[in-house]
Design a protein around this ligand. Structure first.
Ligand SMILES: [Fe+2]
Length: 235
């Protein structure tokens, strides 16, 4: 299987109707009100067929890393991580495991596509992988709400997502400013909800800006949920 390369130009549905420089929205034919959606928070999702084919090898690499990484096991236990994470203990996974190296190459391309979608002017610097780590979340485990400081783009690639495995729950970044904002109706449009849960599948890649607060809700699956997370910095 081959992976569909990241789109050079984002689809119209992702960019809104007006690509290019700022525009003033046209009035409706009846002269009614015009409503713009501004200050977009982009969540980038791609299903990586090429990486999906590597998932058995990636899962074996993750489990092997977990077995060998006593420091990571200790860190996970001390920090009450329900399972194993290499976050604080291993910084060279792409060089240790060929499948992770291949995955890194795929993620690099998608991060580049995301930066283009965002219209970022990176000047003579680039977005480069800063760190990449394994998460093996036990049944019943969760990872509380957090952001990824000192990074520009963060994301996760999903290796094993058994039925009932945790979603990724995103929080409206303006939540702390909503002093008297009414709650949203249950059936409110997704773009106006204060929290949105994304349900990944094996092979899913999600990217977001690192300041976006997110959490991994409880893993209701009967087996481990395995993912690989990463941060890209602007250097
Ligand atoms: Fe995170």
């Amino acid at each position: 299987m081959t992976e569909t390369p990241p789109a050079a130009t984002p689809p119209a549905s992702a960019t809104g109707p007006a690509a290019g420089p700022a525009t003033t929205p046209a009035a409706t034919p009846a002269g009614g009100p015009v409503v713009e959606t501004l200050f977009a928070t982009r969540i980038y999702r791609a299903e990586l067929a090429e990486a999906l084919a590597l998932n058995p090898e990636l899962a074996a690499s993750c489990r092997s890393a977990a077995e060998d990484d006593g420091a990571g096991q200790d860190w996970s236990a001390r920090n009450l991580y329900p399972g194993y994470t290499s976050y604080a203990s291993v910084d060279d996974l792409p060089w240790r495991y060929p499948a992770v190296k291949t995955l890194k190459g795929l993620i690099d391309r998608h991060v580049k596509a995301f930066a283009k979608l965002q219209d970022w002017d990176l000047g003579d610097r680039k977005l480069v992988l800063d760190n990449l780590w394994i998460n093996i979340l036990d049944p019943g485990g969760f990872h509380g709400s957090h952001i990824h400081p000192n990074s520009v783009v963060s994301g996760t690639y999903y290796v094993e997502i058994p039925p009932g495995a945790s979603a990724l729950r995103l929080e409206d970044p303006r939540l702390g400013l909503m002093m008297a904002a009414p709650p949203r109706k249950r059936k409110a449009a997704r773009e106006t909800q204060p929290f949105v849960a994304l349900e990944p599948k094996p092979g899913t890649l999600l990217l977001w800006e690192s300041w976006l607060r997110h959490e991994v809700v409880m893993n209701a699956a009967e087996s481990e949920r395995i993912s690989i997370s990463f941060n890209y910095a602007w250097r």
